[in-house]
Design a protein around this ligand. Structure first.
Ligand SMILES: Cc1cc2nc3c(=O)[nH]c(=O)nc-3n(C[C@H](O)[C@H](O)[C@H](O)COP(=O)(O)OP(=O)(O)OC[C@H]3O[C@@H](n4cnc5c(N)ncnc54)[C@H](O)[C@@H]3O)c2cc1C
Length: 474
């Protein structure tokens, strides 16, 4: 009898794992178990009354590198090429990004010439930060916070303005707690291999061969900075869901896994409320802290490690304005924590993807709120109302962008524990986890945003790698 692989979690990681399992020449029986009624996890696109698209989670995927190409290949395999909305290299959303500092928007320098020009809010041209990096010795620590690493290599201003903001933009996190080794591995390895971040990034580390397709070649030729799909990014998990069902994968929705136990001969019993499933192998693509609550007593040390991989919450406020205009054109702006503890940044959705504006064009922006402010509010048991988030978001849009009118449409969502935090020493947690799984020969493979990258590309790759590992252990 063939093996049964049960995949936990129908977010993009679990969907990708199931997809790559189902494409094996001799696929195992695959059962995908999703706790909610909807596939896609944090990838969720809502259509407004006029057809405009509002992304509640990710809104753009980067095509760069091997992982970017891998996701584009997946898009083509699912027949979604004609739905892709690219942001080409010469578009303002590809060229312009801003920092909001000192009550004003500042464009981040682009191109080589930009490095030699004065670029407020930085007191000196960024060339000087580069020079510092080229002259500093290699760090000796096995890990360092993003802040300490950047301060050491590029100076205090780049650390407290640029990297602080970037950590808020990507992880909704604190650069003084996040690990450079796990959050920005390319920077960490650039220093390790070439002593300098700049030299390491310029000379590269010999990437593995990229997949090839017409879409990937187009993205490269047109220098796309990111892409979306006409009906929103949720089209990707939807297409994956349809593909899985038609390829014989059993997709269970509305079935939260309530416990896992090990049976004789190393089989798993997957408990689903009133019923259960048998599995020869499990791929877990649910958050690490959720998995830690489900593991049996035999795996208590593993459960403990996983419980320490925590996540932060973000309030996402989508706003639409009729007849309004932005003061600048670009992807959006980020806000360092020293400027505002509440607002992480604002994305100018209509600039990057005007095709998603709907039938009565209006300006769409998304305000991300979170970070330490939200954490303090949550920890203090403060009531977090939709009105509070809406008010904070409207104030930010009015102050930062001068849009003082009432929005014609607004959506407010508080995503609890949505972005995992790879804090200092995360790599050691990963090593201990892998060691435990190997030593105890547990038929369990981990995938998903909790471990090795939170971007959609990282999640697709984690699902693909999990499938490769499981297929290799037949
Ligand atoms: C607001 C926001 C903006 C983002 N923006 C971007 C962006 O622009 N670009 C980008 O590349 N990335 C972005 N990301 C990151 C990216 O979207 C996520 O990291 C990624 O979608 C996570 O996918 P996942 O499958 O690993 O996890 P999830 O999406 O969390 O999926 C896990 C699934 O498991 C299910 N589940 C949980 N517990 C159980 C259980 N006990 N039993 C069964 N099922 C269970 C959940 O219901 C969920 O469907 C953003 C994330 C957020 C939150």
């Amino acid at each position: 009898m063939g093996r049964t692989v049960v995949v936990l979690g129908g977010g993009i990681s679990g969907l990708a794992a199931s997809y790559y399992l189902s494409r094996a020449p001799c696929p195992p029986k695959v059962v995908l178990v999703e706790g909610s009624q909807r596939l896609g996890g944090w990838i969720r696109s809502i259509r407004g009354p006029d057809g405009a698209i509002f992304e509640l989670g990710p809104r753009g995927i980067r095509p760069a590198g091997v992982l970017g190409a891998q996701t584009l290949l997946l898009v083509s395999e699912l027949g979604l090429d004609s739905e892709v909305l690219p942001v080409r290299g010469d578009h303002p959303a590809a060229q312009n990004r801003f920092l909001y500092v000192g009550g004003a928007l500042h464009p981040l320098p682009t191109g080589l010439r930009g490095l030699f020009r004065p670029s407020p809010p930085f007191s000196k041209p960024l060339f000087w930060a580069g020079l510092r990096d080229l002259t500093k010795p290699r760090g000796k620590e096995p890990d360092e916070t993003v802040h300490s690493f950047t301060q050491r290599r590029l100076g205090p201003e780049v650390a407290s303005l640029a990297m602080d903001s970037l950590c808020r933009g990507v992880f909704a996190g604190n650069s003084r707690e996040l690990s450079v080794r796990s959050c920005f591995p390319s920077l960490f390895h650039a220093e390790q291999s070439h002593r300098s971040v700049i030299l390491g990034l310029l000379l590269g580390t010999g990437q593995r061969p990229q997949p090839d397709s017409a879409l990937i070649r187009q993205a490269r030729a047109e220098r796309w900075s990111q892409w979306s799909l006409r009906g929103g990014l949720e089209m990707l998990p939807q297409a994956l869901g349809s593909h899985l069902t038609s390829s014989g994968v059993h997709v269970l929705r509305g079935q939260p896994v309530s416990g896992l136990s090990l049976q004789a001969e190393g089989h798993w019993k997957v408990c689903l409320g009133d019923s259960s499933l048998e599995a020869d192998h499990i791929i877990s693509a649910i958050p690490a802290s959720e998995l830690s609550k489900l593991l049996p007593a035999e795996a208590a040390p593993l459960a403990h490690i996983l419980s320490t991989i925590t996540a932060v919450s973000v309030a996402v406020v989508n706003l639409q304005y009729r007849g309004a205009h932005l003061p600048v054109q670009g992807f959006g702006h980020l806000v360092p924590s020293s400027e505002d503890p509440v607002v992480l940044g604002i994305v100018y959705d209509s600039v990057a993807f005007p095709e998603q504006d709907g039938s009565s064009p209006g300006l769409r922006v998304t305000v991300m709120l979170g970070g330490s402010w939200l954490y303090t509010m949550e920890a203090g048991g403060r009531a977090l109302s939709q009105e509070l988030f809406l008010q904070q978001a409207q104030e930010a849009v009015a102050t930062h962008l001068g849009l003082k009118e009432q929005p014609s449409h607004g959506l407010v969502h508080l995503h609890k524990n949505c972005i995992p935090q790879y804090t200092l020493g995360h790599w050691q947690k990963m090593e201990s986890t892998m060691q435990f799984l190997a030593v105890h020969r547990l038929p369990l493979t981990l995938a998903g945003a909790s471990y090795d990258g939170v971007a959609v590309n990282d999640c697709v790759e984690s699902g693909r790698q999990a499938a490769v590992r499981v297929l290799g252990t037949t």
